[in-house]
Design a protein around this ligand. Structure first.
Ligand SMILES: Nc1ncnc2c1ncn2[C@@H]1O[C@H](COP(=O)(O)OP(=O)(O)OP(=O)(O)O)[C@@H](O)[C@H]1O
Ligand SMILES: [Mg+2]
Length: 250
């Protein structure tokens, strides 16, 4: 369980999140929507303890992570796997080494075991044939898949964090990544591995999430399911979700 309690964070006097509170179970399928610079990535960074709030507390399974040292943060961080915005693969490493990275860092597996695990993951993501390729040889969609494989490899995450997992991809590839996100979070709560997807692509969010948060002026202006999202009378949010209706008309 994640709890944000009255979290405020500012960069150089620019308040990004202002007194934000919410709770989320690890099995939930959450989309955090909001405009560029709205603080979506910041929320993921706060969950991982990569940045600390100026005010307020963040609890992971009841433990306040805002007071933990770097080494103490290791444990709560293990509950999550993050796919960073833009994938962020290591350019100088091939697919095998990219995916193996966390296994080498965080486990004592033998070379054979690492190879087996890397191949299994690539197979699940449908990109086994790319194992010897370099990131520059991959399409954007394949890079995103490798990034997801790498984030799954490190540990057995309780929850996935996707930062703009489908942004910059063509509609078909974006749909494929959404299908993959659904697949990785199939199963029933409470065992299900849930996710937080942060995105400004409402249509993609609607393919995967069942709870929607909308960030506006540093606060959570909306928290609910797709039905109530569609009924919102917040003019800014209506504008934001407009493509849901446009898509329906096609
Ligand atoms: N390390 C930093 N130093 C200074 N300002 C920062 C830093 N990180 C983020 N910001 C600022 O905080 C605000 C929120 O950033 P954040 O990356 O969380 O937004 P976002 O919602 O993820 O945006 P996008 O949709 O463009 O990815 C932005 O105005 C950004 O410039
Ligand atoms: Mg971002």
């Amino acid at each position: 369980m994640i709890e944000f309690r009255n979290v405020t964070i500012a960069y150089n006097d620019h308040v990004v999140l202002n007194n934000v509170s919410f709770t989320a179970d690890f099995f939930e399928k959450i989309a955090i929507l909001g405009g560029s610079g709205g603080g979506k990535t910041t929320i993921l960074r706060l969950i991982l303890g990569l940045v600390r709030p100026d005010e307020g507390n963040i609890f992971i399974n009841g433990q306040d992570i805002t007071v933990l040292s770097e080494s103490q943060l290791r444990q709560p961080r293990m509950k999550f796997s993050i796919v960073f915005q833009e994938g962020a693969l290591f350019d100088s490493k091939n697919v095998r080494e990219n995916v193996a990275f966390c296994l080498r860092e965080y486990s004592n597996y033998s070379e054979e075991e690492i190879e087996r695990r890397v191949r299994d993951l690539l197979k699940i993501l449908g990109i086994e044939e790319a194992i010897d390729l370099m990131p520059e040889e991959l399409s954007g969609g394949m890079q995103r898949r490798v990034a997801i494989a790498r984030s799954l490899a490190g540990c057995e995450p309780k929850m996935m964090l996707y930062d703009e997992a489908t942004t910059g991809l063509d509609p078909l590839t974006a749909a494929n990544i959404c299908a993959l996100i659904n697949e990785l979070s199939s199963g029933e709560p409470p065992q299900r591995r849930g996710f937080i997807l942060v995105t400004h692509k409402v249509l993609d969010a609607a393919r995967v999430a069942d709870r929607y948060l909308y960030l506006e002026n540093g606060t959570i202006a909306f928290d609910g399911d797709i039905e109530s999202l569609k009924k919102t009378d917040d003019p800014e949010l209506r504008e934001f979700i407009n493509e849901l209706y446009v898509a329906k008309r096609v």
